[in-house]
Design a protein around this ligand. Structure first.
Ligand SMILES: Cc1cc2nc3c(=O)[nH]c(=O)nc-3n(C[C@H](O)[C@H](O)[C@H](O)COP(=O)(O)OP(=O)(O)OC[C@H]3O[C@@H](n4cnc5c(N)ncnc54)[C@H](O)[C@@H]3O)c2cc1C
Length: 408
């Protein structure tokens, strides 16, 4: 949609082909239905949140940055607000207003939108793309074509990976596709026993032997299969692709603000004040209720043990467990639960200043179909807006004011 708008703004005649019966089905479910459409941090900071190929985005982010995205949406009648972590949402808290703003702009600029139209092939002549063909055999000739078919995640929204096939058919490399920003499965079964428990202000690290690969402070959620929540989603993006080659261990520091010594002193105070009570009655003042049984079991401490019977070494076991509550990661959940796809069309084969294919003239790519992904916070949509805008502007430049897509 953003690519179509940018191209029409440049004077091109544009047709947008969408296989669903409405536009923006994925946008509709973003940000839990509120659409975190970008992030208002300094543009330089956007790069730190891009996981794959951030340097490729230099032109795209600087030519059409988050401020410009915000300005445009406001201009299109969608007022915005900035929340915690500079996340930007529509004031209404309805993603449908973001889609409506885009639809209105498309209408005003005369972009021809054809719904229920799935592109099945790119039409090539020599080394150039000259149009597309739909699954019903209809052909659209064009001076330029932009493929913005999204990734593979949440395929029910329409992003079923068609763009990878289209790119592959004309000689592009598609890198390994894995789910990212996705929950993790773990070996230990006790995560399931704590299903529904959310831990705030914890620190999570991921280890390959003694090497720390990831560390982040935040929130985590136990589920019936393992772990989810914001910190886990970030970890999945940063280290998920390594799981096919390595056994990784995830460690939760339940009290990151306290050193082991401080925590030991805290436990000692609690134990001295409750020396006649059983462990089962004291642990709830130190851990969330759902965790107490799991902690005791992992430390091999019977819950009916009296506190005055606790030895120093047993208290130390509790301290260690609190600072290093660990799981072996067995894998990632599937594409249908992933927020983005990691991997995609190899960006080395795309001109970063124009989004044009280096293999096929007049063919452009934008958005998640490219090997680009970022953390949560509005960055993935910013990638889509920025690359879409760049592709639109340059694709329009190809055809001048000639008919860009044939909309009959
Ligand atoms: C649950 C969820 C929540 C998310 N929340 C956020 C968030 O709050 N903030 C954020 O920044 N990112 C979020 N994302 C990620 C973000 O939605 C995507 O990265 C972004 O939508 C990618 O944009 P895109 O245009 O490349 O692809 P898409 O938005 O997937 O759009 C691709 C479109 O192409 C159409 N299409 C596919 N194949 C064909 C074909 N052959 N012919 C015609 N049309 C075709 C599809 O139907 C689809 O409409 C979220 C993702 C999910 C799944």
């Amino acid at each position: 949609m953003m690519a179509a708008l940018a191209a029409s703004e440049e004077g091109a005649l544009v047709t947008l082909l969408e296989k669903n019966n409405k536009l923006g089905r994925k946008v509709f479910i973003t940000g839990k239905g509120r659409c975190n459409l970008t992030n208002a941090s300094d543009v330089g900071e956007l790069f730190d949140h891009v996981v794959s190929n951030s340097k490729f985005l230099y032109s795209a982010f600087y030519e059409f940055d988050n401020r410009q995205v915000m300005q445009l949406f406001e201009q299109w009648g969608c007022p915005l607000k900035i929340e915690r972590g500079n996340r930007v949402f529509p004031v209404s808290d309805h993603s449908s207003d973001v889609i409506r703003a885009l639809e209105r702009a498309l209408r005003e600029r005369g972009v021809c939108v054809e719904l229920k139209t799935a592109v099945s092939h790119l039409m090539l002549k020599a080394d150039a793309c000259v149009g597309v063909q739909t699954d019903r055999g209809r052909r659209y000739e064009a001076d330029a074509v932009i493929v913005a078919t999204g990734g593979l995640s949440y395929p029910a929204t329409g992003s079923t990976g068609d763009g990878y096939r289209l790119a592959g058919e004309c000689g592009h490399t598609v890198t390994a596709l894995t789910p990212a920003l996705v929950p993790m499965t773990v070996l230990e079964e006790d995560a399931g026993a704590m299903q529904g428990l959310s831990l705030k202000n914890i620190s999570v690290s991921v280890w390959d032997g003694k090497k720390c690969l990831f560390e982040e402070f935040g929130e985590l959620l136990f589920t019936h299969f393992g772990l989810s929540g914001p910190v886990i989603l970030s970890a999945s993006s940063r280290v998920g692709s390594l799981l096919s080659q390595k056994r990784l261990r995830l460690e939760i520091d339940l009290k990151p603000a306290l050193s082991a010594e401080q925590l030991d002193r805290r436990f000692l105070r609690e134990f001295e004040a409750n020396s006649n009570r059983q462990l089962r009655n004291v642990l709830p003042s130190l851990y969330p209720m759902k965790m107490t049984g799991v902690i005791a079991a992992r430390c091999q401490l019977p819950l009916d043990k009296r506190i005055y019977e606790m030895r120093r070494e047993e208290r130390k076991r509790l301290v260690d467990m609190t600072k290093h509550f660990s799981y072996e990661i067995t894998g990632l959940r599937g594409m249908d639960e992933a927020i983005v796809t990691q991997g995609g069309i190899c960006v080395k084969e795309i001109n970063p200043s124009t989004m044009e294919s280096k293999r096929v003239r007049n063919l452009y790519f934008a958005g998640e179909v490219l090997d680009l992904d970022a953390l949560t916070g509005g960055y993935n949509l910013q990638i889509a807006w920025s690359t879409g805008h760049l592709a639109g502007v340059h694709a329009a430049g190809n055809g001048g004011n000639d008919e860009f897509f044939n909309c009959n």
